[in-house]
Design a protein around this ligand. Structure first.
Ligand SMILES: [Zn+2]
Length: 461
């Protein structure tokens, strides 16, 4: 995967032997010897332990499945004493103490293809991938974006680098950077990017480089190796055939060999066997409902071992997914901007073992909503205005204070410099709509945000 040309391994080895587990090079110290012009390389320091480190032992307490967040949106990262995926902190020992920003992945790569490929690499192991930032618990962050220039570690050709503080073990809150835009123009670029993402995550999960070409932890590009995976076979440590180095994480003390497939099994455990499919039901919308062009679809999904994702299918096409359940095993995916007419909705749950269950399809009709109807955005409404009262959203329309054309149950109310139809103030006092109410509405709802009018929704039904 990392191009085979012009790797000045003598310089590489020289730098590496200077490393110890507790003495990682600063960015500045690395930059001179690690400039491998014309080649593609991985910037993750291969730590030379000062004493032998046994491979991580399988633990009966490791039942919890580790979570890896695939982040294609980029972000800003700062150097600190310890890497922490939740706070975007990276080890200053590797990255220096400054701050850097990684750009999002461009549309030159197909994200669903990339995600499926990375998942395939880790299919044998007990890990779970999500595409939205987890809100709790420890997780590995795999950043996919940028060019590599951001991190100022070494020179051109850098494809990826991992903040793997606990090298040879699992860095539970580690961060793996894969620089998507540095792959543009490489042969089979999406597959190479996939291999880089799997490789950099591998460093966070206890792996070092090895020379076996078909192994994801070698530098050999997929155009030469044909396949890439974590091979359960011994391989000499190094980056490609003929380019060996001493092992950081050997299979036994003093050995020149490592074994990526075996180490991952030891560190992560095997993916549990699970023949029980998840359950899923659609809570809303109801069958035969008439809705605006954008609306949330809510489902309840459960599984004996864990739901990996819930996907919304509209007319057979994937339209979004939710990987993190809300309270009560609720999953929500927004349908956005559907054309007017009839549509078929299915929600599909996948469990951690890959078992899939689909709901029965329900039919709904999409029509732009009249004033008072539900909405998510302005384009859902015939009046092209979606108002937000702070708890829910509803359609409204512009009106004239001089000539109130609002439908029954609504009054024209001034809001800031404009006027819109507001629910009539037929509140609990029984008072009805007069000029006084309208003007007090205007005073009350002085805040006018772009496209969103803050009004109190009063349902008459
Ligand atoms: Zn590497």
């Amino acid at each position: 995967m990392f191009g085979r040309t012009h790797l000045t391994i003598a310089a590489f080895s020289l730098t590496m032997t200077a490393l110890t587990a507790h003495n990682l090079p600063s960015a500045a110290a690395q930059s001179t010897p690690l400039v491998l012009r014309g080649g593609h390389w991985c910037g993750t320091p291969q730590v030379m332990p000062t004493t032998y480190q046994a491979p991580p032992a399988p633990s009966p307490f490791l039942a919890a499945q580790r979570v890896i967040w695939l982040n294609r949106a980029g972000g800003t990262y700062s150097g600190g004493p310890n890497t922490n995926s939740a706070t975007n902190t990276v080890s200053s020992g590797i990255f220096g103490s400054g701050t850097f920003t990684v750009a999002p992945m461009s549309n030159r790569f197909d994200w669903p293809t990339l995600v499926a490929c990375v998942k395939e690499h880790y299919k044998p192991y007990n890990v779970r991938f999500v595409e939205t930032k987890p809100t709790s618990g420890k997780y590995v962050q795999a950043v996919v974006g940028g060019t590599g220039d951001e991190v100022r570690v070494g020179g051109g050709g850098l494809l990826g680098i991992a903040a793997a503080d606990n090298f040879c073990g699992v860095t539970e809150a580690g961060i793996a950077f894969s620089f998507s835009e540095a792959h543009v123009g490489i042969s089979r670029q999406t597959e190479e990017l996939c291999a880089t993402v799997a490789h950099e995550i591998g460093h966070v999960l206890s792996l070092e480089h090895e020379i076996l070409g078909k192994d994801t932890m070698s530098y050999v590009p997929i155009s030469s190796s044909v396949t890439k995976s974590f091979v359960n076979a011994e391989s000499q440590c190094g980056t490609e055939p003929g380019r060996t180095n001493a092992c950081s994480c050997p299979i036994t003390s003093g050995s020149n060999n490592t074994n990526s497939g075996k180490r991952l099994l030891e560190a992560l455990g095997a993916r549990p066997t699970d023949n029980v499919a998840p359950t899923i039901t659609i809570d809303s919308p109801k069958a035969n409902a008439t809705l605006g062009p954008s609306f949330p679809v809510t489902a309840t999904a459960t599984d004996n071992m864990g739901v990996e994702s819930v996907v919304l299918l509209i007319n057979g096409q994937e339209r979004g997914s939710d990987e993190m359940a809300d309270t009560g095993n609720k999953y929500i995916v927004n349908a956005i901007n559907l054309p007017e007419g009839e549509h078929e909705i299915i929600m599909q749950a996948t469990d951690n073992a890959g078992n899939i269950t689909k709901t029965a399809p329900i039919k709904i009709t999409v029509a732009k909503q009249v004033t008072g109807g539900d909405c998510l955005s302005n384009s859902d409404c015939k009046g092209n205005l979606c108002a937000d009262d702070g708890t829910q959203k509803f359609c409204t329309e512009s009106c004239s204070l001089d000539n109130d054309t609002c439908p029954s149950g609504f009054d024209c109310a001034a809001v800031g410099a404009t006027a819109v139809c507001a629910f009539s103030a037929d509140d609990e006092t029984g008072g009805c709509c007069d000029a006084g109410n309208s003007s007090s509405s205007a005073a009350m709802f002085g805040a006018f945000m772009v496209g969103l009018v803050l009004l109190r929704k009063r349902r008459t039904a």
